[in-house]
Design a protein around this ligand. Structure first.
Ligand SMILES: Cc1ncc(COP(=O)(O)O)c(C=O)c1O
Length: 396
């Protein structure tokens, strides 16, 4: 069951005919699609015995956590605030990995987390005894020297040259392996099964000694197992094979994107038109503020009813309602000319989107909505001026 939204102005609003009725820009999480994605996770868990955690950096909508926690074993956090939110709102197993812990935060993190991962031998040396003293599990992230991540060049490749992520084998002699419970290997990004399978095989072939010393291996995120081209059977076979070689080891994955792949929308409104060499349309959203992946990794978000430039008779460059010339969402074509007031529905827009939002240019934060299976939409936030103002600090 979906938890009711917290009470407050607008929170209980449920809309039918929602596409025309909701204020834009707005993110809409589609419950039917999230359930479809969770069903894949449930199958992988059932057929391999692995545990799956949600990386809340990719998606964190507490109103949907009661649904997600029915399938998932817990969450993984990248900072104190995420860990606290996960304890307050999800409250299952919490794993935390931060490249470098801050002394003043560490005690709280150990309190909140069930497993604390370290990025380097120096972090282990500084902090591991405090984790063990609290009876919590300790993990070590390694850099296994294998990634097939190609998204965004090296932007998301943890094994890129000079990457600061994960300890290198040359430093393994400094690690007190008897205190390490979980080996952590996160190197993929939006990877299909060949990436997952090769990573699992790579660890089995090159890090058997280290796997032999720990109780669990966490193969990180980036396994894009809800993508239509992902062969889930091949993934399951690779996990089973690994378990057959290392029967003493528990397996974890901590996907974000895969759990909410293609499971929601960003709805925007056409505000005006312009012409400069090409027809331009200005929307009440922004690539920089609301679709960061478009600028970071040159993603082209699918747009309902639209095609590639020239595919349909009316092509426009879609741009944001803010100051950056490069705030371009992309060039799309439409069967009919766009009109002021038209609603545009960008797909696959709830992963790595609203979690990264900002209010640059005073652009309001889009509100969050949930599309229920009965076709109604429920408001899950009520952002406004106060959210913008509070981030600018106190008055003089
Ligand atoms: C350490 C770690 N774990 C898990 C994830 C989640 O990855 P994804 O959303 O690609 O599955 C990330 C993403 O950056 C990460 O850095």
């Amino acid at each position: 069951m979906i938890a009711p939204c917290p009470s407050g102005e607008g929170h209980e609003t449920r809309l039918r005919g929602w596409l025309e009725a909701i204020p834009t820009p707005a993110y809409v999480a589609d419950i039917a699609k999230i359930k479809r994605n969770l069903a894949t996770a449930a199958r992988i868990k059932r057929e391999t015995g692995c545990r799956i955690l949600l990386a809340t950096k990719a998606f964190a909508m507490p109103v949907l956590f009661p649904l997600m926690r029915e399938t998932l074993d817990g969450t993984t956090s990248s900072g104190l605030f995420e860990a606290r939110m996960e304890r307050e709102e999800f409250d299952k197993e919490i794993h935390t990995y931060i490249p470098a812990y801050k002394e003043e935060e560490f005690a709280q993190i150990v309190e909140l987390a069930d497993c604390v991962y370290f990025n380097s031998a120096s972090q282990v040396e500084r902090y591991i005894d405090r984790v063990k003293a609290k009876g919590k599990r300790a993990g070590l992230r390694i850099n296994p020297g294998f990634s097939n991540s190609t998204v965004g060049g090296d932007l998301y490749n943890p094994c890129a040259p000079c990457s600061r992520f994960g300890e290198l084998p040359a430093q393994f002699h400094r690690i007190p392996w008897d205190k390490i419970d979980i080996l952590h290997v996160h190197t993929l990004c939006d990877s299909l099964h060949d990436g997952s399978v090769k990573l699992i095989q790579h660890v089995a072939e090159n890090f058997a000694e280290q796997v032999g010393k720990v109780k669990a291996v966490n193969f990180g995120g980036g396994h894009y197992f809800n993508h239509p081209d992902y062969d889930v059977d091949a993934f399951i076979a690779a996990i089973r094979n690994f378990r057959a070689i290392f029967p003493h080891v528990e397996i974890y994955f901590e996907p974000g994107g895969a759990l909410v792949y293609d499971a929601g929308y960003l709805v925007a409104t056409v505000l005006d038109f312009h012409f400069n060499a090409k027809p331009l349309a200005i929307l009440d959203t922004s690539a920089n503020n609301h679709m960061p992946i478009v600028l970071q990794a040159h993603y082209r978000q699918p747009l309902q009813g639209a095609g590639k430039p020239g595919e349909f008779p009316h092509t426009y460059v879609l741009g944001g309602n803010m100051c950056m010339t490069g705030d371009v969402i992309g060039e799309y074509s439409f069967p009919k000319p766009l009109k002021v007031g038209d609603r545009l529905v960008f797909e696959d827009m709830i992963q790595y989107s609203f979690v990264q939002n900002n209010t640059f240019n005073g652009v309001p934060l889009p509100d969050l909505f949930v599309l229920h299976e009965d076709g109604t939409v429920q408001r899950a936030s009520a952002f406004g001026y106060e959210d913008f103002r509070s981030r600018l600090g106190f008055p003089a």
